[in-house]
Write a protein of this length. Structure first.
Ligand code: NAD
Length: 365
């Protein structure tokens, strides 16, 4: 596949969408552009067999449009399997807005984005992801009902990140139980990479349990804030993957488990919030299995957020949100055991269950 246009008169044949490596029979990909607000967004709808495609919007300063497209395709596909394995009647979708959330996000841009979401008549329902807040979703709500993750004061379930972190904590405990025979995290050395909304809340759970928590982030101010609040240790090096640790918790962006990092990893467990942690699901899932590293599939253990926003559509309360999120412990343990018994990767074991649920529904329809 050629991924570059030399110049307009010399148009090289490209396969920009259907030929993308990350394209996996997505149902619909929508490009949104608005000159006045500077909005450039892509909405990916991967699969709607189980229900409307629900997934957050990420605002990120991508190096290229290819990176943005690749990200939205990978993320929306991940949402399909996340909702399926969690037992929710939702399909998989996601959106990315190209730009710097700190300097380029305006109320006008968010509302314009909301209008594009509205134009899809509910096939895609949005929520927050990296670079977004509940306040941003409140702005989107002004122009469309197809948004979740809005403020509690406006009738929503509020910021999903603390629930996501709680689910990750549950999944991490299950993985520790599988790897070490105990789910008690006290004194475990845990590296949390990325201490944004989810990472910080995870650090809180880990600190409360007495784990030895190391934190890393690109944002120095946040690092110092989280260090002071939870007595975590700032990792000052530039390559945490090779450090001695029990658990690696990726909570920044995806693809940090890759050719370059796997062979350095000393952790026996990987359990974090980031979506798409494996750069290549098949290859890197297999490498982890061969190295005896227990990987808690990201789309399984970071489902707390979608459980939280789904409550807005199904009208269930906090009690049910917590119950569903705590169940991530049992599902994770089940899947780790299943992968072990069947000699397959943990990612594959989770994926197979999710796919089977989608296939069964498709047959019914
Ligand atoms: P966030 O934007 O609040 O935080 C991300 C943090 O990662 C930021 O502090 C950023 O500075 C840091 N970061 C970025 N690149 C980094 C790098 N290379 N090294 C170290 N730190 C880096 O985002 P969030 O809502 O906390 O989400 C974190 C991850 O979890 C994302 O991958 C997101 O898709 C995933 N996730 C979030 C939710 C949710 O409820 N928010 C749900 C499911 C999955």
């Amino acid at each position: 596949m050629v991924t570059e246009l030399v110049n307009s008169s010399e148009l090289i044949k490209v396969d920009p969408v259907f030929g993308q490596q990350s394209f996996d029979n997505h149902e619909q990909v929508v490009f949104c552009n608005d000159k006045d607000t500077g909005l450039k967004a892509i909405i990916g709808i991967h699969n709607t067999v189980l229900g409307p495609a629900l997934g957050g919007t990420r605002m990120w300063n991508y190096e290229s449009e290819w990176d943005a497209l690749n990200d939205v395709l990978r993320l929306s596909r991940g949402m399909t399997f996340k909702s399926a394995i969690t037992g929710l009647n939702l399909g998989g979708g996601k959106a990315v807005i190209i730009g710097d959330a700190k300097t380029q996000k305006t109320p006008e841009l968010m509302k314009r984005f909301g209008e594009f979401v509205h134009s899809l008549s509910g096939r895609y329902i949005t929520a927050e992801d990296v670079g977004m807040t509940t306040e941003d979703m409140d702005l989107v709500r002004e122009v469309t009902p197809y948004v979740t993750g809005i403020s509690e004061s406006k009738g929503g379930a509020g910021n999903p990140s603390p629930i996501t972190a709680y689910g990750v904590f549950m999944g991490m405990k299950a993985a520790a139980k599988f790897a070490y025979g105990s789910d008690i995290l006290e004194d475990r050395v845990i590296y949390v990479e990325g201490i944004g909304n989810v990472g910080e809340a995870l650090v809180e759970h880990l600190s409360n349990e007495g784990a030895k928590v190391f934190i890393s982030d690109l944002n120095r101010e946040r690092l110092e804030y989280v260090r002071d609040k939870y007595k975590a240790v700032i990792y000052e090096g530039d390559n945490l993957y090779g450090e001695a640790m029990d658990i690696y918790a990726p909570c920044a962006l995806g693809a940090t488990v890759n050719d370059a990092t796997i062979h350095q990893l000393k952790a026996k467990v990987i359990a974090g919030a980031a979506n798409n942690q494996l750069a290549d699901e098949q290859k890197h899932g297999t490498m982890l299995r061969e190295r005896g590293i227990v990987y808690a599939p990201d789309f399984l253990i970071n489902a707390g957020g979608i459980i939280n926003v789904y409550a807005e559509l199904e009208n269930y309360g906090k009690h049910e949100i917590i119950r569903k999120t705590e169940n991530i412990y049992n599902t994770t343990l089940e899947i780790l055991n299943n992968a072990d018994t069947n000699n397959i990767t943990t990612h594959q074991a989770a994926f197979d269950i999710a796919q089977a649920r989608i296939d069964a529904r498709k047959k019914e329809n």
